[in-house]
Design a protein around this ligand. Structure first.
Ligand code: SAH
Length: 290
C-alpha cells in the first residue's frame, strides 16, 4: 500500500524554525513529512528523528533516503521519552529545535490491522510500538468497569455516558475487533448523531491514550525540555485534542526557562482543513528557551 502522510501545519512550523541552524529533534518522525520539509528548506539542518513505530520508520527512511545518505537525517526506534539517551550516544548534549507532532499517522489509521480506526475492521490493537505487550484488546476485555469508565471519562472526555459505555463493554465481552466494539458503542451511546464526529471517536481516543500512555509520556518528555534545548532554541508542538493541548499550554506557561511565542494556539487555515481532514483539530504552540 502506498501511504501518503500529509504533514499538518508545516508552513506554520517552518515559519518559527526557518532561522534556526543546527540540530533538530523530531520526536515523532512518523512518515517523515515534517522532517523532509525541515531538511529540504533549512540549509545545513540535521534531523534526529524518533518513532516507536517500525513501519513508520521504514517509510521515513525511504522518504528521507537522500538526507540519510548525506548524514543529515538520523532515524532511531525510540520513544521520545528517551530522547536524551539517543542524543547523548550521537554526541549531542543539547539541540537547537524540537518538534512534536502528536497523534496518529495516516498510515496507522489506514492500516486496518493496526486497529486504530473505527472505520476499518481490524483487531483491537492500537499499539504504536508493537514491542509493547499491552493492547487495546487487554484494555477492552480485562480492565474493570471502574477503570474503563474512568478512561472514557478522562481520556475520551465523554462526560455524560462514560459509566453506561463501560457497563455495555463489560457485558458484551469478549470483544475482538474494532467493528464489534463500534457495534457495542452504537448500542451504548444514545445520541449518535453529532454533526461532525463519529460516535465512536471519544472511546477510541480514550483507549488509544491508555494503551500508549500518551499523556504520561508527553509530561515526562516536557519536563526534560529545558535541559535538552540550548538557550535561544525553540520547541514546536502540534496537538490534536484538548487534553494534550492543555498539558502543553500549562507547561509553557509555568516553565520559567521557556517563553511562549504563541499566545493563542495556531490553527490550520480553511484550505488545509478541507484538503487534509487530519488537520481539523490540530493546534500548534511554540516556545523559546530563554
Ligand atoms: N510528523 C510526522 C507524522 C507524525 S504522526 C510526519 O509528518 O510524517 C505521530 C507519530 O508519533 C506516529 O508515527 C507515532 O508512532 C509516533 N509516536 C507516538 N508516541 C511516540 C513516542 N512516545 N515516541 C516516539 N514516537 C511516538
Amino acid at each position: 500500500m502506498n501511504v501518503v502522510h500529509v504533514p499538518v501545519l508545516v508552513e506554520e512550523v517552518l515559519e518559527f524554525f526557518k532561522h534556526i541552524e543546527g540540530v533538530f529533534l523530531d520526536c515523532t518522525v512518523g512518515l517523515g513529512g515534517h522532517a523532509e520539509a525541515i531538511l529540504s528548506r533549512i540549509p545545513n539542518s540535521v534531523v534526529v528523528g524518533l518513532d516507536v513505530d517500525e513501519e513508520a520508520l521504514d517509510l521515513a527512511n525511504k522518504r528521507l533516503e537522500r538526507f540519510v545518505f548525506a548524514g543529515r537525517a538520523k532515524l532511531f526506534k525510540s520513544s521520545y521519552v528517551d530522547a536524551a539517551k539517543v542524543l547523548k550516544e550521537l554526541g549531542f548534549d543539547r539541540v537547537d529545535a524540537i518538534l512534536m507532532d502528536l497523534g496518529v499517522s495516516s498510515m496507522q489509521l489506514e492500516r486496518a490491522e493496526r486497529g486504530f480506526s473505527f472505520n476499518r475492521d481490524g483487531p483491537l490493537d492500537m499499539r504504536m510500538d508493537k514491542q509493547q505487550t499491552l493492547t487495546a484488546y487487554d484494555v477492552v476485555n480485562s480492565w474493570d468497569e471502574e477503570n474503563l469508565s474512568r478512561i472514557i471519562f478522562e481520556y475520551g472526555e465523554e462526560k455524560r455516558y462514560a459509566r453506561r459505555i463501560a457497563r455495555f463493554i463489560v457485558r458484551n465481552r469478549p470483544i475482538h475487533t474494532t467493528k464489534q466494539l463500534v457495534e457495542v458503542l452504537a448500542r451504548a451511546i444514545p445520541n449518535k448523531h453529532s454533526r461532525n464526529r463519529h460516535f465512536a471517536t471519544k472511546v477510541f481516543q480514550a483507549i488509544r491514550i491508555a494503551v500508549n500512555s500518551e499523556l504520561e509520556n508527553l509530561k515526562r518528555f516536557l519536563a526534560q525540555v529545558p535541559e535538552l534545548l540550548r538557550p535561544g532554541g525553540r520547541i514546536a508542538i502540534v496537538s490534536f485534542h484538548s487534553l494534550e493541548d492543555r498539558i502543553v499550554k500549562e507547561f509553557f506557561r509555568n516553565e520559567p526557562r521557556l517563553k511562549q511565542l504563541t499566545k493563542k494556539p495556531i490553527r490550520p487555515n480553511e484550505s488545509e482543513i478541507s484538503s487534509n481532514p487530519r488537520a481539523r483539530s490540530a493546534k500548534l504552540r511554540v516556545a523559546e528557551r530563554v
